[in-house]
Write a protein that binds this ligand. Structure first.
Ligand SMILES: NC(=O)c1ccc[n+]([C@@H]2O[C@H](COP(=O)([O-])OP(=O)(O)OC[C@H]3O[C@@H](n4cnc5c(N)ncnc54)[C@H](O)[C@@H]3O)[C@@H](O)[C@H]2O)c1
Length: 351
């Protein structure tokens, strides 16, 4: 096994991942495309995605000479294995994610997330030059109530028959299988567990990005239930810093890491109020019935990533909300013209 050179004194911006062929399943999605942007200047990046979601279309580097895109399904093994040939690093982001989507298609969720991860690992195992396999798990593996959850805490799975929990089950199975490849075959795997990531480029049904879109458009913000569910919100750039460190650090091999912002903790109602305040929006907040079971409390401990490779989230909630709104407005969707004054407070023109 070859390894990635790493010096513990390096900052995240100097991580020496260069000259590699990096294969990203689900690389057209929110996190995969953001990661591709970090890697594309100094590596050959191959996106493998069935494009049911597409965030990369809006990225400035979409036509970069080092980037290629293959339309394919991770469930189709021969095509997946052939596309992966010659890769040094495999980053496995492809998944059915977002609770609304999961509830609509629980069988697809199980197949893509569980069987698809098995096929991706099997294909990676055929690579003679594999240096790292990065698996994306989820904070959902900690169940309905998780406070300062550490990596060694027991995972919790909800009742069978509730479609919502198929996501956590499928991702946890993928994480177990990833670990099993490391234990049995010495595959250089690492798993990250993202805790509520938001920011520019999110294309799924993330609550915070939806609130920001509604606030920018001056539309009503809907909260399901009482709004007293508690989450910790991590801005995407911070999360990608954590992923880059996990990709490069030699001691990360065979490990799982919580990556999130343990300080940006707030109730969903508090979050909606914060979005309205930060963006100076006129949106009203309305409470509507809950759609089904939900995670009531989820706050990570990120001590392991901090101790091992110095990970620390830096972007606070107010700043992250502003940056996300600015990005959305820069896309000038919905025909809106938006300007940002010296105080970086959005003025929505013609909303
Ligand atoms: N965003 C978060 O807060 C968060 C939290 C926990 C876990 N995750 C995990 O991180 C990873 C990336 O999440 P994201 O937010 O970027 O989601 P996303 O939906 O934006 O990206 C997933 C990508 O996978 C692709 N895909 C789906 N099925 C596929 C298939 N069968 N074959 C090929 N491509 C397929 C989609 O088209 C999409 O581009 C996922 O594994 C997800 O479970 C994300």
């Amino acid at each position: 096994m070859r390894s990635i050179p790493y010096d513990v004194t390096m900052s995240v911006n100097d991580i020496p991942i260069k000259g590699k062929r990096i294969f990203i399943t689900g690389g057209a999605g929110f996190l995969g495309s953001t990661l591709a942007g970090r890697l594309v200047e100094q590596n050959e990046v191959v996106i493998y995605d069935d494009f049911r979601r597409n965030s990369i279309a809006d990225k400035p580097f979409v036509n970069h000479k080092n980037l290629s895109m293959i339309k394919g399904d991770i469930l189709e093994y021969p095509a997946l294995r052939d596309a992966m040939r010659g890769s040094n690093i495999v980053i496995h982001c492809a998944a059915i994610a977002g609770i609304d989507t999961v509830i609509k298609s629980p069988t697809d969720t199980m197949r893509v997330n569980m069987v698809g991860t098995a096929k991706t690992l099997e294909a990676a195992q055929t690579l003679p030059g594999l240096e790292r396999f990065l698996d994306f798990s989820t904070s959902e593996v900690f169940g309905q109530s998780a406070f300062r959850s550490g990596e060694k805490d027991t995972t919790q799975i909800g009742a069978v028959g509730e479609a919502r929990w198929t996501y956590a089950v499928s991702k946890l199975a993928g994480e177990h299988l990833t670990k099993a490849y490391h234990q049995e075959f010495g595959t250089p795997t690492v798993t990250v567990r993202p805790f509520n990531i938001y920011g520019p480029g999110q294309v799924g049904d993330g609550a915070l990005t939806s609130f920001i879109k509604q606030a920018v458009a001056g539309q009503e913000i809907q909260i399901h239930g009482e709004g007293n569910q508690i989450r910790a919100w991590c801005f995407v750039d911070d999360f990608i810093d954590g992923v880059m460190l996990a990709l490069a650090h030699p001691k990360a091999v065979g490990e799982s890491f919580n990556i999130g912002n343990a300080r940006a903790v707030i109730t969903i109602y508090g979050l909606a109020q914060t979005v309205v305040r930060v963006l100076g929006s006129k949106s009203k907040i309305r409470f509507v019935p809950k759609l089904g079971p939900d995670v009531e409390l989820r706050v990570p401990s990120v001590e392991k990533a901090k101790q091992l490779f110095g990970f620390e989230a830096k972007v606070d909630l107010d700043e992250g909300i502003r940056l996300t709104a600015e990005y959305l407005c820069s896309l000038e969707n919905n025909g809106m013209k938006v300007s940002v004054d010296g105080k970086r407070r959005l003025e929505i023109v013609g909303a």
